[in-house]
Design a protein around this ligand. Sequence first.
Ligand SMILES: *[C@@H]1O[C@H](CO)[C@@H](O)[C@H](O)[C@H]1NC(C)=O
Ligand SMILES: *[C@@H]1O[C@H](CO)[C@@H](O)[C@H](O)[C@H]1NC(C)=O
Ligand SMILES: *[C@@H]1O[C@H](CO)[C@@H](O)[C@H](O)[C@H]1NC(C)=O
Length: 420
Amino acid sequence: MLSQVYFSLVIATVFALARSEEESTTSWSGKNASNVLRMLLDEKHYDKRFRPDFEGKPVKVLVTLFITSLGGLDEREMQFESTFFMRQLWYDSRLQFGKYYSKRNLTINGDIMQQIWIPDTYVNNEKSSSAPKQEFLLAVSPDGRVIYSQRMTVIAACKMDLRNYPMDKQNCSLLFESYGMTADDLYFKWDDTEGTGDLKNAVAIGDELIMSQFAIDGYSVNEITASYVTGTFSMLKLTFYIRRKKFYYVVSIYIPTILITILSWVSFWIPRNSPPARVGLGITTVLALTTLIFGIQASMPKVSYVKAIDWFLCVSFLYVFAALVEYPSSTFVKSQAKKLTRKGTNILRKVKGLKDDPEDFPLSGTRYGSTDKPKDESDLRKLSRNKNEKQTAVTNIHRLKTTWMVKVVTRLLERAEGNY
Ligand SMILES: *[C@@H]1O[C@H](CO)[C@@H](O)[C@H](O)[C@H]1NC(C)=O
Ligand SMILES: *[C@@H]1O[C@H](CO)[C@@H](O)[C@H](O)[C@H]1NC(C)=O
Ligand SMILES: *[C@@H]1O[C@H](CO)[C@@H](O)[C@H](O)[C@H]1NC(C)=O
C-alpha cells in the first residue's frame, strides 16, 4: 500500500519534471512578445470595440500615401482607378508595452486585425475598392504607437468637364473619411513626414506610375470637414491634376479625319465630265467619315454639351458633305444659268432690235425665223398674228424696262453675254 503511494508519487514527479523540461525546450524566441501581446489583449484590459482614449480627446490618425498606379480614367463612366499604399498612424495607450518588453517593436500578422481597434477609413467617392485581407503591415511601438499599412485598389468617381475633350485637364480626387466616427471621436491629418510643414510630403507618387493616356501635372492635399445628418466628419482630400495625352487622339481620330476630308477634295481634280468618279468619291468619303464618327461617339459619354471633338468632327463632316454636294449643285446651277442666259440673250436681242427698228424685228427662237419666207396665206396670217403678239410683248418690255430691276437684269445679262 505504502509502496503503491510512493510509486505514484515518483511517477507524478517524473511527469512534472518532464513537462517543465518540455516547456523550456520548446520556448521560442518570440515567446515573451507573445505573452506580452496576450496580456495586452486580454479581455480585462482591451475592448476592441472602443477607440483609444474613449472618454478623452479624439484619436488623431496620421495618413501617408504612396501612389503606385493611377489609370483607367474613364470619361464614359466618369471614374478612375488608383492603387496605393495607405499608412495610418495612431496612438493606442492600451497597447503600451514598454514596461514588459523593450527588445523591439511588435510587428504582428495573422488575425490581429480582429483583435485590436483599427480606424474604419474608407474612400468616400469610391465606386468599388479592394484591399487584400492577408497583406498588411501592423507594428506596435513600446509607447503604444500603431502603424498600419495596407494596399488598396480603388475605383473612384471623378466628375469631369469634357468641354475641351480630348484636350482637357481633369481634377480627380480621393476623399478619405471614417465611416462611423465623427470628428469628436477621430480626426485625420496628413502626416508631414519630413517636418517641413508642407502637407504634400504626406503623398508620394511612384516613379513607375502606369499611365498610358494621361500625365500628372501635380496634386494637392487638403484637410476638410464634411457635415452630414449623422454628424461632422473629418476628411482628407487628395486631388490629382491630370492632363490627357493627345497623341492617341491625334493618331486615331484627327489624322484619319483630316485625311478623309482632304480625300474629298481630290474630286475637284477629276474632270467634270466623269460624274461616276466624282459622285462615287464624294459618297465614299461621306460614308467613311460617318462610320468613323459613329465609332468615336460610341466611346464617348453622352453629355448634354458640345465637346471640342464634336466641333472638329462636325466641321469636317460639313466639308466632306459640301465637297459631295458641290458637283451636282454646280452642274445644276450651270445648266440653269445657261438656260437663263439663252433666254436673256433673246430678250436682249429683242430689246436691241426694237431700239434699232421696231418693224424689222427678228423672229429668233420661233418657228418663223426671219430667214423663213411666208409661203401661203395661212402662214402670212400666222406671221401677222405673231407680229401683233410681238408688238404687245415689245411694249410690255418697254414698260418693264423702266423698272430698276429690269435695268439690273439687263446689265447682268449684257455682261453674261460678253462672257459666254
Ligand atoms: C523572457 O523574459 C525573461 C525575463 O523576463 C528572460 O529571462 C528570458 O530570457 C526571456 N526569454 C526570451 C526568449 O527572450
Ligand atoms: C520601432 O519603430 C519605430 C518606427 O518605425 C522606430 O523609429 C524605432 O526605432 C523602432 N524601435 C525598435 C526598438 O526597433
Ligand atoms: C483644377 O484645379 C485647378 C487648381 O485648383 C483649377 O485651376 C482648375 O480650374 C481645376 N479644373 C477643373 C476642371 O476643375
